[in-house]
Design a protein around this ligand. Sequence first.
Ligand code: SF4
Ligand code: SF4
Length: 380
Amino acid sequence: MSIEDGTFVQKYDLLGCIQCGRCTGGCPVTVRTDLNVRRFVYDTVDDDHLEELSEKHEIWDCTTCNTCAVRCPKGLDPFEVLIGLRSLQVEEGNIQPTARDALESIFNNGNPWGKPRARRCDWMQDIDGVDEVRILEEGEKVDVLIHTCCTACYDPRIMPIAQSLVKVLEKAGVDYGFVGEEESDCGSEVRRLGEEGLFEMLDEDNTELFGQYEYERLVCLSPHCFNSFKNEYANIDKPVLHYTQLIAELIEDKKLEFKGEIADKVVFHDPCYLGKKNLVFDEPRYVLSQIPGVELLEFNRSKERSLCCEGGGGKMWVESESKMERLAEVRMADASSLGAKIVAVACPFCLLTLEDALKAKGLEEEMRVADILELLDEVL
Ligand code: SF4
Ligand code: SF4
């Protein structure tokens, strides 16, 4: 976008702001960085200052966790102003090299991790008890089309989670299929880094790709992909689900039989893009509560008040300067004081950031971080 495209006032409804400060009051990164989102909402009313405001380093501190939008009494999305300012910088090529590399890799290879497209399906090899993962041919019919998430395709820590999903689907007898090597990044982080043109390209390409199949529902492994396809793509007309929603349904329909137990205290960390952004709070808790032996705890800050792990908003590729403890470390300290043995997650970014924090806090002996799919894999 450019300043000539229209003012921020119109695009973000800035005159609706009453400067109450609830956005900044709720912002989890305000305490550890210079970011004051209320101030940006106020200052961007004046078009003449947009370029100068976009040069402020703190626009890159926002994790797009959605807390400010949840708290705003006027229904604004304050963080979108920061994404708009990022767009101005991206247009000028002013972006951290790590983020630039991620965007270039998405354009060239369909994933942000600098990996070749030809390796996108390597994770499908050697899955215990699964002869072959179904990759769909053009025109094929299937009940559930799965979008894997680039991080699950390439990150060795996350690949087993995609494998666990396949095992669960096989056990429940779900009619499912994958796109294969042609699958591309959903564009969630692209949009949040301010690269609107690339996001629009991914929207068109992925919509055309999914349209090659006759599917009933699109199911996503990551809440970030789920949110993009569900809320931001212009032309996906089929229901989009996060995997926890599908599994909750399978358990309710008695399609899954638990053979083992996990006799531990488990606390669920709400991913921002599943919880605060899409209000999916119950299904992950229901799935965990059905695992024999699990004692489900709650964080003090949970659901709409959940603490962000700082993995979203493009922050996997943009560093913030702060001497204060990372939010993920605060989260692990909270889990420790609750007496949790397992911090259950349902998002690849949450898993990576919280597991790093677990190590940084030296809590590996005391507890573990696990995706819900990994826990299911242990008991089905
Ligand atoms: S919460 Fe909403 S109304 Fe209040 S200052 Fe922030 S943007 Fe303005
Ligand atoms: S989205 Fe989250 S991190 Fe960004 S300004 Fe809003 S509350 Fe702060």
